[in-house]
Design a protein. Sequence first.
Length: 88
Amino acid sequence: MKRLIVFGDAGIRRDAIIRWDGEERTVFQVSRMGDWYGPDEPHLWCIIGDEDERETYQKRNYVPHFLDVDTVDAEDLDVIKAHDEYAV
């Protein structure tokens, strides 16, 4: 698992599938920053990982502050599936 900070709005939500570091990753969480103050464009702070890491994420069996952090511009992010249209 790692934290991915997306500069701009890539149009992704929870359970999106993206290609990062040459592999398909699932977006477990998205926090949108900067709508009311801060940078000119929003930032999406995401926790991404392989599908086999979903249980680790759900049970919170990790320390968020110790996750590796990568950054990417929204237009450079390869989105395979933006979100699960049936998720609540």
